[in-house]
Write a protein that binds this ligand. Structure first.
Ligand SMILES: NC(=O)c1ccc[n+]([C@@H]2O[C@H](COP(=O)([O-])OP(=O)(O)OC[C@H]3O[C@@H](n4cnc5c(N)ncnc54)[C@H](OP(=O)(O)O)[C@@H]3O)[C@@H](O)[C@H]2O)c1
Length: 316
């Protein structure tokens, strides 16, 4: 005979085990990578390949990855749109890290033409031993708004910059990493990948693409020693975010110092303990998140209206 009491008890124990698991996991991913683990030797993980490529590396997070990887002794390939900015970052790094080689490539990631990728980037990196690829370049709205109010070109550019570069460059460096059975790929996503965020539709969706893509690659290459990491930051003080530095809004320097220590330790993380604490909120039940999102949407709505007013005043 079916014992209903036993069934109810089993469900109760299963629920309890699930709650305890979620609680343990949330605490583990906050504490272990940032406070307990010992950073790994990146040269060893890179299979002693000397070069690191960083896209979008003349400002913000990308520039810091370039500087800090050079400080660790990697030769650097900087890729951004502006030669003068590339030259000045190159000089800045060279002053501090005299023994590293630095090369620059001018490329506008709004251009998705494969022949241009081959001519401008791939031909210049194919003979180099690439140990690390940081797919950092990203584009966001000048101001969050409803999809139909953002001009079509901006919508197209955000789609292209945030998804095509990461896909092509990752595919291009993997053959040599597979051959070497080592290498590091860091894909910079965003905390916005974790939620459906009104007024950030394309940006948030492209970042979800990066998370999905990186998760799949980790499965595909799970029988190799290649590290494929996703970093999902919240606010970092850069030109893109335009936020002030606070306890939660880190400087790019502090953010990258923290994120670099997690390579090989955790596959997907926000990059720093402050953001990982913020990410716990995404474990709340969906109806609470939706309720919170309503307030955020109101803030975006007001900002978008003010932005549009300013824009039309300038046009007059
Ligand atoms: N800052 C944040 O709060 C935050 C939060 C979450 C995620 N993220 C992500 O982190 C990454 C870096 O953001 P960031 O805040 O450091 O940005 P940032 O300070 O605005 O720097 C962007 C860099 O990318 C280059 N770049 C921009 N558009 C480009 C294009 N079309 N082609 C080539 N290079 C281009 C810029 O140089 P040029 O202008 O000279 O080309 C610059 O070096 C992005 O993927 C972003 O989505 C940032």
């Amino acid at each position: 005979m079916v014992c209903f009491q036993c069934i109810f008890d089993s469900f109760a124990y299963l629920s309890l085990a699930y709650i305890l698991y979620r609680l343990f996991w949330s605490i583990y991913i906050i504490i272990y990578p940032y406070l307990i683990s010992t950073p790994l030797d990146l040269h060893k993980l890179a299979g002693n390949a000397k070069w690191a490529i960083i896209t979008g590396s003349t400002d913000g997070i990308g520039k810091e990855y370039a500087k800090q990887l050079a400080q660790k002794g990697f030769n650097i390939i900087l890729i951004s749109r502006t030669q003068t900015k590339l030259d000045s970052v190159k000089d800045e790094i060279k002053k501090e890290c005299k023994n590293v080689e630095i090369e620059t490539i001018v490329y506008d990631f709004k251009n998705a033409n494969l022949n241009d990728y081959k001519k401008e980037i791939l031909s210049k990196i194919e003979k180099k031993d690439i140990g690390i690829l940081v797919n950092n370049v990203g584009l966001a709205y000048e101001c969050p708004d409803m999809l139909h109010k953002v001009d079509l070109q901006t919508n197209a550019d955000i789609c292209i910059v945030n998804t095509v570069g990461v896909s092509i460059l990752t595919a291009a460096v993997l053959p040599q990493m597979v051959k070497r059975n080592s290498g590091i790929i860091v894909n910079i996503s965003s905390g916005t990948a974790y939620m459906n965020i009104p007024y950030l539709s394309i940006y948030s969706s492209t970042k979800a693409y990066i998370n999905h893509f990186t998760n799949i690659l980790r499965s595909e290459y799970s029988d190799t020693n290649i590290i494929i990491q996703t970093i999902c930051p919240f606010y970092v003080k850069t030109n893109m975010s335009k936020v002030d530095e606070t306890f939660f809004n880190l400087s790019p320097k502090n953010f990258v110092q923290s994120a670099l220590k997690t390579i090989g330790i955790i596959d997907e993380t926000t990059g720093c303990i402050q953001h990982q604490i913020q990410a716990v909120a995404f474990g709340l039940p969906q109806f609470i998140l939706d309720y919170g999102m309503k307030f955020q949407t109101q803030v975006f709505k007001k900002r978008a209206a003010a932005f549009q007013r300013e824009k039309s005043a300038k046009q007059k």
